[in-house]
Design a binder for this molecule. Structure first.
Ligand SMILES: [Zn+2]
Ligand SMILES: [Zn+2]
Length: 256
């Protein structure tokens, strides 16, 4: 497919005519400017330090020390364990919902290509951030040693044909470790209310036996398309914790 058409709306990607764009036209796959403008990018400088949500839209009463009220509740619940924090790129809105529907349910796996640049950028920023923290001796820094996509159950994978989390994770350009299995008998999350989701204790995730050695002592980055309540990430982290990793964080395309 030609790179000159928007991956989402198929419109021709017209770039502003500049000397540079004439010399080297952008033929990369991606979204047109008008689609890009509808994506709500999260301000990394004013996002929750634990879940990555954009704090501009939250009442100040729900934010403490750049941490949102949901994350404060998670801390109080004592269920974070080795799970550190999430990073997110976009806020959830009607537009990205449509993009994700096209991506996941209509099988347009190529849409992941449109997020490649932003995912790579986010990853470098995370690494950079962590290096700075290491300098301050706040937390061990450096690259993640294992990128672990949140899996779908086998049934769901067959139905969909691909795991969107894995496609996104591959865009980071780092080696992927397919360490987790997801059980099928998980009640659909949407059928539970928010409180039930937050309280859910039993993990549908299991660490593959032959992957234990690979995650032990390592810094793990879980990757998924969406962070909502944070329950999925903590349940996945719980499954990995059995192998004693060094630390577990996560990156999602969307927070919302
Ligand atoms: Zn477009
Ligand atoms: Zn938060």
């Amino acid at each position: 497919m030609s790179g000159s058409h928007c991956l989402f709306c198929r419109a021709e990607k017209r770039e502003p005519l500049t000397f540079l764009s004439l010399l080297s036209p952008d033929t990369s796959t991606g979204f047109c400017l008008s689609c890009q403008e509808q994506l709500e990018r999260i301000d990394p400088l004013y996002s929750c330090r634990l879940c990555g949500r954009d704090l501009h839209s939250l009442e100040p009463a729900f934010v403490h020390d750049q941490i949102c009220h949901d994350c404060i509740r998670w801390k109080q619940s004592g269920r974070n364990g080795l799970y550190g924090r999430n990073y997110a790129i976009y806020s959830y809105n009607g537009f990205i919902k449509e993009v994700m529907t096209m991506f996941k349910f209509r099988g347009d796996a190529i849409l992941a290509d449109g997020f490649e640049k932003e995912l790579k950028k986010a990853y470098s920023r995370i690494i950079d951030h962590r290096l700075r923290f290491r300098f301050l001796n706040l937390r061990s820094g450096g690259e993640y040693e294992a990128i672990v996509p949140i899996p779908l159950s086998r049934e769901r994978l067959v139905e969909r044909g691909f795991n969107q989390a894995e496609l996104l994770a591959r865009k980071l350009g780092q080696p992927i470790v397919d360490a987790l299995i997801r059980e099928k008998n998980e009640q659909k999350q949407s059928k539970k209310n928010r409180r039930e989701r937050l309280l859910m204790r039993e993990t549908p995730f299991h660490l593959k036996n032959d992957q234990v050695r690979i995650v032990t002592g390592k810094k793990i980055l879980l990757v998924d398309d969406l962070y909502t309540t944070g329950a999925t990430m903590r349940l996945a982290a719980t499954a990995i914790t059995a192998a004693h990793p060094k630390q577990i964080d996560s990156l999602t395309l969307i927070h919302g």
